[in-house]
Design a protein around this ligand. Structure first.
Ligand code: FE2
Length: 226
């Protein structure tokens, strides 16, 4: 399917009153998301329209390099927020469903220990905490990212995304480490575990599909399963 322009989507979270995260914060935040879509489209168009027979390739500075790098910032800015807004507006509570099952089986100490870890990760990251499903080995893990695009990992499908940029919480909770902690608590009170589980179901289906289609190379007999 050829690439098409990104369009900002509508989200349930904007039709509901969130607990602790104000409407004004959400509306201001949405404007950033619209900006990421616009700039991703702009960068992609420029990259498609460069005359590659003429353009300079230079690793110190070149327009090709600059737009290529900033494209990833804009594109992931769009994708990160698409998940973030998509899974707000829920009922919160403890992790549920398949997500809880996988994390409970995999994380040392189980679901409660995972939740403690992810909250601490939210204090350690400068941009995002991504809980991701790895298409290669089927594991689920907490990752931190310092910007929209920095430390993103291949084949890791984000299923839960906590935006810890200050724009996500300063208006409601203040620009302090404690304010961020309060925001993270509010984030979990508004999280839709159904949405998280839908993301996870898509990722697991993609991994299964690759296996069933034969696209995934079978492991040699006797090899340890990863
Ligand atoms: Fe954000």
């Amino acid at each position: 399917m050829p690439w098409d322009e990104l369009k900002p989507r509508k989200f349930v979270a904007f039709e509901r009153e969130l607990d602790g995260i104000s409407r004004q914060t959400m509306e201001d935040h949405y404007k950033l998301y619209e900006g990421y879509a616009k700039k991703a489209n702009e960068c992609r168009k420029i990259l498609n329209e460069f005359d590659y027979s003429e353009i300079e390739g230079n690793q110190v500075y070149s327009p090709l390099r600059a737009v290529s790098v900033d494209y990833t910032f804009a594109l992931l800015g769009y994708k990160n927020h698409d998940l973030y807004f998509g899974h707000l507006g829920g009922e919160g509570g403890s992790p549920q469903g398949r997500f809880a099952e996988l994390v409970g089986a995999e994380f040392p100490g189980g679901v409660a220990a995972w939740q403690e870890a992810v909250k601490k990760d939210a204090s350690a990251a400068r941009g995002w905490v991504m809980v991701g499903y790895d298409l290669n080995d089927g594991s689920i893990f907490n990752y931190i990212m310092d910007t929209q695009n920095l430390w993103a990992v291949y084949n890791m499908v984000p299923v839960l995304a906590i935006d810890v940029y200050e724009h996500a919480y300063v208006r409601d909770f203040g620009a302090t480490p404690d304010g961020r902690k309060q925001y993270v608590e509010a984030f979990f009170r508004n999280l839709s575990w159904d949405h998280v589980n839908r993301q996870l179901a898509q990722a697991e289906a993609a991994r299964r599909g690759a296996e069933q289609s034969g696209a995934r190379e079978p492991e040699p007999a006797g090899a340890q399963s990863s």
